[in-house]
Design a binder for this molecule. Structure first.
Ligand SMILES: Nc1ncnc2c1ncn2[C@@H]1O[C@H](COP(=O)(O)OP(=O)(O)OP(=O)(O)O)[C@@H](O)[C@H]1O
Length: 304
């Protein structure tokens, strides 16, 4: 289990991560979502003891990462797939990791097979690998110690659609076997299909945290008008909190009748008024993140 508790990281005046808390439970895949620069990597680095927090605490299996007696056997980490020796072959990299972790060297070949880098691919130098192959090798390095927890930063980067589907299957199987997975992405679609829970970060703050179903339920009502500005004003005047979607609609937490009346009172023509569920998580993600982490604009039920 992973427990992130009120983590904050400041770089000078810049707050990269602000008061971030969430948990990841065994048997689940947690998608850690946010746009570029949102604070995902910084949070994961703090979790893995690579960056010291300004405030707060993160634990893995109840203790800070650095206090784990054999971290590589407990938690498999992939933070930067290019941080591998370019001159060694994939098989050598994995063989050395097996040695370091004190696991059966025979596991290296089996793990290469598991990530699709057996045979010729394993004998090639990492410097000649594509990004997708480096991600696969990074995943193999994370898996070789047979950990119960996986922490993966943007593992789908560079994978083709077939590779992404393969990775989803692998992570699902890992979690279904009782493992805990935390994976980050800046693309909702990449994690939507595999994650049980989603933690959304924007501007260093958590703006949503819940199961996919919970987050979908909280998406409210989608409304559009021929007069976008007028609609925003009318909703605000009626005390109906709303956020603007990227395609110019308003996502409103409120009753459709109240929304319709607010529009009627302002003499507005509505072109759409419907539950936002069908719009999917993408709309939710975009509407949550476009405000740069201003959680005040986020529907109360959704905000962490
Ligand atoms: N070592 C550092 N010194 C100063 N600022 C940093 C440092 N590391 C990260 N930051 C800043 O902290 C913020 C969060 O960065 P972080 O890399 O955690 O985001 P991210 O969500 O992982 O983004 P990406 O998807 O682009 O990797 C950014 O504004 C970044 O510029």
């Amino acid at each position: 289990m992973i427990h992130v508790d009120q983590l904050t990281k400041r770089y000078g005046d810049h707050v990269a991560v602000r008061d971030v808390s969430f948990r990841c439970e065994p048997g689940t895949v947690t998608g850690f979502l946010g746009p570029n620069g949102a604070g995902k990597s910084t949070t994961m680095r703090m979790l893995c003891g690579l960056t010291s927090p300004t405030a707060g605490r993160a634990t893995v299996l109840g203790v800070p990462y650095r206090s784990l007696p054999s971290p590589g056997r407990e938690i498999g980490v992939l933070l930067d797939a290019s941080a591998q020796h370019a001159g060694r072959t994939g098989r050598e990299v994995l063989g050395l990791t097996a040695q370091l972790l004190g696991v059966d060297p025979g596991r290296a070949e089996a793990t290469l097979r598991r990530v699709g880098l057996d045979g010729k691919a394993g004998r090639r130098r990492v410097g000649d690998y594509s990004l997708g192959m480096r991600q696969r090798l990074g995943l193999a390095t994370a898996l070789i110690g047979d950990p119960r927890i996986l922490v993966l930063d943007e593992p789908a980067n560079g994978l083709d659609p077939e590779g992404i589907a393969w990775m989803r299957g692998l992570l699902r199987e890992f979690a279904d076997g009782g493992g805990t997975v935390l994976l980050s992405s800046h693309l909702l679609r990449e994690v939507e299909a595999v994650a049980d829970r989603l933690v959304v970060i924007s501007g260093g703050r958590i703006v949503a945290d819940g199961t996919k179903e919970e987050l979908l339920r909280s998406t409210g009502v989608l409304v559009r008008s021929t007069d976008r500005t007028g609609l925003r004003r009318a909703l605000a005047a009626a005390g109906l909190p709303s956020t603007t979607t990227t395609d110019g609609g308003q996502l409103v937490e409120g009753d459709p009748e109240a929304i319709g009346r607010a529009a009627l009172d302002a003499g507005l023509v509505l072109t759409e008024l419907r539950p936002a569920d069908g719009a999917g998580l993408e709309e939710l993600f975009l509407s949550l993140t476009q405000n740069g982490g201003q959680a005040a604009d986020v529907p109360q039920e959704v905000a962490a």
